[in-house]
Structure formats: structure tokens, C-alpha cells
Design a protein around this ligand. Structure first.
Ligand SMILES: Cc1cc2nc3c(=O)[nH]c(=O)nc-3n(C[C@H](O)[C@H](O)[C@H](O)COP(=O)(O)OP(=O)(O)OC[C@H]3O[C@@H](n4cnc5c(N)ncnc54)[C@H](O)[C@@H]3O)c2cc1C
Length: 404
């Protein structure tokens, strides 16, 4: 699948993790992870820490799938507001999803504290602002439910937004528990660490063409005819996981992003906060290095990469226009722009765990705007399952929710 085009900033900023190690013979391990992006890397981190023997297989150069294109905002707030999600999946389940995302941000932070290397993880506040008068209602309902359940949130009035952030919005929600990261660097940092520790085998440029149940475990067949025997398989294949799923659970869409040339840091708004809005499709804004600005959004409900790429210039111009409307005084000039495949699910939640009736094959599909925090939860949940531990998050992130 053509996952992105244009020039994602991270692939230009970081040096390529130029590792080439195709699988050239049959191989046996306990756990085979398909995919070396941020999800596969976080899963490997969890398994290696637990002393579980595992390998990663990827058809590309390490971590050059969607993780390279990610704008990598880490928020506990899911695309679907809590008050709306509470109506579709029940208040208790919706809260569990929100609390898991909140915890996942700290857990991601801890992964890199333990490894001793920081891939651009930075704590920054998040400001969710009302785009217009209709947005005010969303903000007020959302504030009420988050406050009721003790989630971190502050309500900002129109004058607070103007005074503190310098733009016009009827009101906003703010929390100080969010973060941002470089997802590509995060992923290769983990891979490099565990390979150097001799705890992880990474096979690159090796496509898994088939996954069959064999005896008490699984047998993967590669495009070159080699076999990988394992007890468990973990599908961390991102938006290309469809071939391993008995039924499609996601809608593939297209999304756009750009990064500015560096600006004088004096122009950057309060605390480098993440900014996003109530209107759909929303735009979102973050900073990098305290002087570049990323603007993303303008999503389209189709996946066709040719159509998606044709729109890149038009979408870049739209994102620039929206940014300039918000911050007319910032001298904003696009440096790089890119577009990518994205995916949403009908309830805004990921799919994590075994397909009912298919034991031993786990999916780690963090679809939606919180892909990375969902990946963190997926890594913990799947590791817990392999170790025979229960995990209540399956109630809300598991496939069973669709089978009821
Ligand atoms: C423009 C953009 C902005 C985003 N912004 C955010 C954000 O702000 N916050 C957030 O949390 N998320 C965001 N996301 C989503 C996030 O980037 C994804 O959820 C995340 O990168 C998915 O990581 P992954 O490891 O699951 O997938 P990938 O990075 O795509 O990795 C999957 C890997 O699996 C490999 N693979 C697939 N099939 C096979 C096969 N058959 N055999 C072998 N290997 C295979 C691929 O080669 C690939 O390397 C954004 C995404 C995009 C595109």
C-alpha cells in the first residue's frame, strides 16, 4: 500500500535507520511481530522487558511505514468526545478508554526514561477550542463530563483564549497532561536498543504473505518461501493489516500535514500547546524544536493514493490559510508538506487482541487520531495476555465489542 507521499519532516530530520537483514532461512521463535513501526517497536519493548523471545518482520526498511509520516501528538482526548462516546459505548467503557490514553502518555514517557534516550518526547498542554458557536456546546458538554469524572481539564472563556493564546475562539478546554514526540525516532530508538542488547531479531525487506495455524502455534510464510514458526503472532502492520483480518474493521481515509520553516520562538504561543478544534474535519497544530510549526488535518473520506496526492497542493494551501486566520502575525512559510493514509473506526476506538475464536494471533491496530497512545496500550495488553494475565481494557478495545 502507498502509505504516504510528499516529504514527511521526520524522514528528512533523522538519519535513516539503514538496516538490511532479509530473512534467508526458516526461523523459529516464541513471538513473531509483523511490523516495525511505532506499534511493533512498543510491543517488542514490552516483550523484551518481560524476557519473552521475539522477532520483528517488516517488508520495508525499519519503521518507514505510517510512523514516519505521523505528526505524533500524544493526547488523552480521543477523536470522539467523551460525552458522545459515552452514548455509543456506555459511560464506563468510554471512561476506561479515556483513562487508558491518559496513562499511556506517561507509559510512553517511561519507555524512553528506561532506555535512557529521548526521541523528542516533550510534555506540552493541549487546547481543544470551539471553532464556532456550535463548538461552544461541544466544549461545554465535554467539560461537564470530564469534570464529573475527575479527568484533568480546565475551561477557558473567550477572553482567556485571546489573552493567553492570542487567537479568537468562543471557549476552549485545556489540560496539562499531553505530549508530543518524534514517532519515527521513537521507533528506531527502541529497535536499536534491543538489537544491541541481543534481545531482538529484526528481519527487514521480508514480506509475510501468509499466516497459518500449525500445531499449537503459527507458521508464517514469507514472499521468498521461508517459514517462521512461532507460538504467537502479533499483527502490528498498521493500515496494511487488512490482509490478516477475517473482516475489515476500519475505514481508510486520507490526511494532510505540513511543517513551517523555523520562526523566531517569540512568535510561538503559550507553552507550545497542542491546538485542535471542534469542527470536522479538524485542523491541529503543534511545534517542533520550539521554532517550527506543524499543521495537519483537512482529512478526506477516501483512500485512493492517486486522488490523495493530487490534492496535496490544494490541501497545503488550505491548511496554511487556516493557520494564518488563527495567527495572522506569525510569519508562516511551509517548508515541507506530505499526505498519508489514515484510518478511523466506527466508535473511534482501536482494535486490540485476538479475533474471537482465533487463539494466539493478536492484533495491535491503534486506528484513529490517538494511534500512538493506543499502540502503548496494545503492547501492554498483548504482553499481559501472553503472560496469562487479565486486562480489563479488552472490554473496550477488543473485537468482542462488535460481536455482541
Ligand atoms: C499524517 C499523519 C498524522 C498522524 N498524527 C497522529 C498523531 O498526532 N497522534 C497519533 O497518535 N497518531 C497519529 N497518526 C497515526 C499514527 O501515525 C499511526 O497510528 C502509527 O504510526 C501506526 O504505527 P504502526 O506501527 O501501527 O504502523 P506503521 O508505522 O505503518 O508500521 C507498520 C509496519 O508493518 C509493515 N508491514 C505491513 N504489512 C506487512 C507484511 N505483510 N509483512 C511484513 N511487514 C508488513 C509495514 O512495512 C510497516 O513498516 C498519524 C498518521 C498520519 C499518517
Amino acid at each position: 500500500m502507498d502509505l504516504y507521499s510528499g516529504l514527511p519532516y521526520w524522514i528528512a530530520k533523522n538519519s535513516l535507520y539503514d538496516y538490511f537483514n532479509p530473512l534467508e532461512k526458516n526461523y523459529t521463535t516464541d513471538v513473531a511481530i509483523i511490523g516495525s513501526g511505532i506499534t511493533g517497536s512498543l510491543v517488542a519493548n514490552q516483550l523484551c522487558k518481560a524476557g519473552i523471545k521475539c522477532c520483528i518482520i517488516d517488508k520495508r526498511t525499519p519503521s518507514t511505514g505510517s510512523s514516519t509520516a505521523s505528526t505524533a501528538l500524544l493526547q488523552y482526548e480521543i477523536d470522539e468526545p467523551l460525552y458522545k462516546m459515552a452514548k455509543s459505548v456506555g459511560e464506563e467503557n468510554a471512561l476506561l478508554a479515556y483513562r487508558s490514553c491518559l496513562q499511556a502518555i506517561t507509559d510512553v514517557e517511561n519507555v524512553f526514561k528506561e532506555i535512557g534516550s529521548n526521541p523528542g518526547f516533550e510534555r506540552v498542554p493541549s487546547v481543544f477550542y470551539a471553532s464556532n458557536k456550535q463548538g461552544r456546546e461541544i466544549i461545554e458538554k465535554e467539560y461537564a463530563i470530564r469534570k464529573k469524572h475527575g479527568l484533568p481539564v480546565k475551561l477557558l472563556k473567550e477572553s482567556d483564549v485571546k489573552k493567553q493564546y492570542g487567537f479568537d475562539a468562543p471557549c476552549a478546554l485545556m489540560n496539562e497532561e499531553s505530549a508530543q514526540i518524534d514517532a519515527y525516532l521513537a521507533s528506531i530508538t527502541i529497535l536499536d536498543y534491543y538489537m544491541k542488547e541481543n534481545k531482538l531479531e529484526l528481519f527487514t525487506h521480508t514480506e509475510v504473505a501468509k499466516c497459518d495455524k500449525k500445531g499449537g502455534g503459527y507458521e508464517l510464510s514469507t514472499n521468498k518461501g521461508h517459514k517462521v514458526k512461532c507460538k504467537y503472532v502479533i499483527i502490528a502492520a498498521g493500515f496494511e493489516a487488512g490482509m490478516f483480518l477475517p473482516k475489515q474493521v476500519m475505514q481508510l481515509t486520507s490526511t494532510y500535514a505540513l511543517i513551517s520553516e523555523p520562526v523566531d520562538p517569540k512568535y510561538i504561543w503559550k507553552d507550545k500547546s497542542l491546538l485542535w478544534e471542534t469542527k470536522e474535519p479538524y485542523i491541529y497544530i503543534r511545534t517542533v524544536n520550539g521554532n517550527r510549526i506543524i499543521v495537519g488535518g483537512e482529512d478526506e473520506n477516501f483512500h485512493d493514493p492517486v486522488k490523495r496526492d493530487e490534492l496535496l497542493r490544494k490541501k497545503t494551501a488550505k491548511l496554511e490559510k487556516k493557520f494564518r486566520k488563527l495567527f495572522p502575525d506569525i510569519p508562516f512559510k511551509t517548508d515541507m508538506a506530505w499526505c498519508g493514509t489514515f484510518s478511523s473506526t466506527k466508535d473511534g476506538l482501536p482494535y486490540i487482541g485476538e479475533w474471537p475464536g482465533k487463539k494466539g494471533i493478536f492484533f495491535a491496530l491503534g486506528y484513529g487520531g490517538n494511534g500512538i497512545t493506543f499502540s502503548m496500550s496494545a503492547a501492554q495488553m498483548i504482553c499481559n495476555s501472553i503472560e496469562g494475565k487479565e486486562d480489563e481494557r479488552y472490554k473496550v478495545f477488543g473485537f468482542e465489542r462488535d460481536m455482541k
